[in-house]
Write a protein that binds this ligand. Sequence first.
Ligand SMILES: CC(C)(COP(=O)(O)OP(=O)(O)OC[C@H]1O[C@@H](n2cnc3c(N)ncnc32)[C@H](O)[C@@H]1OP(=O)(O)O)[C@@H](O)C(=O)NCCC(=O)NCCS
Length: 163
Amino acid sequence: MDSLSPDALPIEKMKSYDLPAIASLHAVCFEDSWHTELLGRILSAPGTFGLFSRPRGKVVGFVLCRSSGQEGEILSLAVAPGLRRNGLGGALLEAAMAQALKQDIEALFLEVAEDNEAARRLYQKFGFATVGRRPNYYRRRYGPSVDALTLRRTLTSNGSCEN
Ligand SMILES: CC(C)(COP(=O)(O)OP(=O)(O)OC[C@H]1O[C@@H](n2cnc3c(N)ncnc32)[C@H](O)[C@@H]1OP(=O)(O)O)[C@@H](O)C(=O)NCCC(=O)NCCS
């Protein structure tokens, strides 16, 4: 499965029974993988939601967010390696922003490794701006630690953005 258009990739709300498949994709996409039980604890917190895409029964992308009052945070976002650069990451991000707005979240934050060029460009394309830095936040198994950048985007119902 390596050439699906994002229009052919329906986005669903994550339920607890979806988590083993989400955990499997998380393990493929991140060095520090989140197991099913941890994902379950995250998803069960009030205000937290997850969205994912599962064409032909296989999970190929997900986003996980939590809110605290009028602020929200993107905790994790990933697309299966074989389907990247097809618009799914952007589609998941847009769906997460729409869901956050429905939950009266006014601004979204997230942390991204400074050397994660693909994710930084994705967030930049969707109007996120850098508002902070955490030195040596990501400890790498191989190689030196990397700073985390904190990004922020204001959410508005008309789709415009202020940072
Ligand atoms: C970051 C990630 C989710 C992007 O998913 P994706 O489906 O490839 O993203 P999209 O196809 O929607 O790309 C949207 C935009 O992001 C940017 N982008 C995505 N991948 C890129 C790359 N490899 N290099 C440069 N820009 C990239 C581009 O601006 C792109 O728009 P364009 O294709 O019109 O140029 C994906 O690379 C991924 O899962 N990475 C591993 C996990 C991860 O790092 N998650 C983020 C943690 S903060």
